[in-house]
Ligand binder design. Structure first.
Ligand code: ADP
Ligand code: ADP
Length: 222
């Protein structure tokens, strides 16, 4: 699903985001990426989304060389990917249903199809009766679940998350990680950037550790 081959990213100001990073993740894997601030986690996610281009090496997503992708192809690439952010970036003046429906409306799907898929996505995050609620009426854990439903509603092959539990207490954080595991169990590849090592250690998934742009560890979290 994901193949980094000696991928380097040097920013125009000379900062090195990643240094010859190589790893491979199979379809259906669940993996964490950790490292201190500045280690390269966000750079790795932005390269996968083609928000940034590698400055060396080769980066393949589902066999496609996304380092060399044409700009016109980027929207198609992004359809294969869902993204969950730390502060979920929900629209607070729209209902939960409308928030989750947004990516499908952008794709121009028919209304009936949108309703069906949004219902399924809300069910996957255990919020099926809250479609009419406004995000402000929900707890922070529920809001993050809405963020996850919106990220998976177009059924992406790859789900990326950037510090998705950063604002949650430990109990809610563990619950949200359980939602990611449920989604992974149905076949979606999941890659989560996090520096919550205590939580990661309890989950026994593959863990990539970055330090100043270099991969210094790859194995089951211990
Ligand atoms: P995090 O550790 O959560 O990734 P950062 O503070 O490192 O947060 O980065 C936040 C944003 O600022 C990112 O989008 C990143 O691209 C950008 N950024 C980080 N370092 C620099 C820099 N030296 N110059 C310009 N932008 C930067
Ligand atoms: P993390 O997400 O692990 O905090 P980043 O990928 O944000 O790490 O940053 C890795 C390195 O790249 C840092 O040295 C950071 O300052 C630099 N960097 C990140 N984004 C930018 C940017 N947009 N412009 C310049 N340097 C950046």
């Amino acid at each position: 699903m994901i193949r980094f081959e000696q991928v380097g990213k040097r920013y125009p100001n000379g900062h090195v985001g990643l240094h010859e990073l190589s790893f491979h993740a199979r379809r259906g894997e669940f993996l964490f990426v950790t490292g201190h601030s500045g280690a390269g986690k966000s750079t790795l996610l932005r390269l996968l989304l083609a928000l940034e281009r590698p400055t060396s090496g080769r980066l393949l997503l589902a066999g496609q060389d996304i380092g060399a992708i044409r700009n016109a192809e980027i929207p198609y690439l992004r359809r294969q990917i869902g993204v969950v952010f730390q502060n979920h970036q929900l629209l607070f003046d729209r209902s939960v249903f409308d928030n989750v429906a947004l990516p499908l409306r952008i794709l121009g799907l028919p209304r009936g199809e949108i309703a069906r898929r949004v219902g399924e996505a809300l069910q996957r995050v255990s919020l099926k009766d809250l479609g009419e609620a406004l995000p402000a009426d929900l707890s922070s854990g529920q809001q993050q679940r809405v963020g996850i439903a919106r990220a998976v509603v177009h059924e992406p092959a790859l789900l990326l998350a950037d510090e998705p539990t950063g604002n949650l207490d430990p109990r809610l954080a563990a619950e949200i990680m359980g939602v990611f595991e449920d989604i992974n169990r149905l076949g979606t590849t999941v890659l989560i950037a996090s520096h919550d090592l205590a939580l990661i250690a309890r989950m026994r998934h593959r863990l990539l550790t970055l330090q100043r742009g270099r991969l210094i560890g790859d194995g089951e979290a211990a």
